[in-house]
Design a protein around this ligand. Structure first.
Ligand code: PLP
Length: 268
């Protein structure tokens, strides 16, 4: 029986649009078993993030070690980390486990919510660049995150700069807010590739970054090459946007489980 366990290390969004609960739905939709380590609680609905509460870094480290001892993942997705100490705890865990066996790591550098609340303490940006980037394989910033992390406005130049901070780091700059939505893929040693998607008009856009990075991890673990994995993850997200049922009065969640609904309707 192949190992089908993936781990998400991210924040808890009680509205289930983003964070660990959303990531677990993406894993389930791709037929993976998901485990999770919560780095921070958030108080939010579809309109606003009202507050955040960091989980103590020793609890994060203990959770990660406890899961790894019994349920070692084949892939790890990282999202909201909250504080510099959480960034260091996660970087140390990844360095430890990658000395033992290969594990694929995709990092979605969540810095702020769409409503503007800091989800990573700005004082942690340097820790992220120095400690975490060398310990991950993929990073999936949007344009604002790319600019904040590099200080460079030109996306191509900024993606190259970000790549230099890692070891063999592949960068996907997500352009979901653009029309048409174009992503930029930069693999180590290659020139950039632009990947165009279809714009979907909907208010159900909360957590698209989380959904994309989790779907990308699933595709990579399933054995897709980089370009195919990005294309498939984009398709997953655009279908999740297209089939979302509006809930709440703000930006509602995408339809994370659409592949299961499609399968169920095909078997009827
Ligand atoms: N991760 C968590 C735990 C969040 O709470 C949020 C947003 O509030 C995000 C990620 C980012 O989601 P979005 O970009 O849709 O705001």
């Amino acid at each position: 029986m192949p190992n089908k366990t993936l781990l998400t290390i991210a924040g808890f969004d009680p509205s289930s649009g983003a964070g660990v609960t959303a990531d677990l739905m993406v894993f389930a939709a791709h037929e993976f078993f998901g485990t999770s380590c919560i780095t921070a609680l958030t108080v939010q609905n579809t309109l606003v993030v009202r507050a955040t509460q960091a989980i103590a870094p020793p609890t994060i480290s203990a959770t990660l070690d406890c899961l790894y001892d019994d349920l070692p993942p084949v892939g790890v997705k990282i999202g909201m980390l909250g504080t510099a100490d959480a960034v260091s705890a996660v970087a140390a865990f990844l360095t430890r486990i990658r000395q033992r066996s290969p594990v694929l790591v995709v990092f979605d550098p969540v810095l702020k919510s769409s409503s503007g609340k800091d989800l990573l303490d700005p004082a942690a940006h340097e820790t992220l660049r120095k400690e975490l980037l060398p310990a991950v394989d993929w990073i999936t910033p949007n344009h604002d995150e790319l600019h904040t992390l590099t200080g460079i406005s030109d996306p191509t130049e900024a993606a190259h700069q970000l790549q230099r901070l890692g070891r063999e780091l592949t960068v996907v700059v997500t352009g979901g807010h653009l029309d048409p939505p174009v992503d930029l893929l930069l693999e180590p040693g290659s020139s950039q590739v632009l990947i165009e998607g279809k714009h979907v008009v909907t208010s159900s856009t909360h957590g698209t970054g989380c959904a994309f990075s989790s779907a990308l991890l699933c595709q990579l673990v399933l054995g897709s090459g980089p370009l195919e994995a990005v294309r498939s993850a984009k398709h997953y997200v655009s279908e999740a946007l297209r089939t979302a049922i509006p809930i709440g009065t703000g930006h509602g969640p995408v339809s994370h489980l659409w592949p299961l609904h499609t399968k169920a309707s095909q078997s009827c």
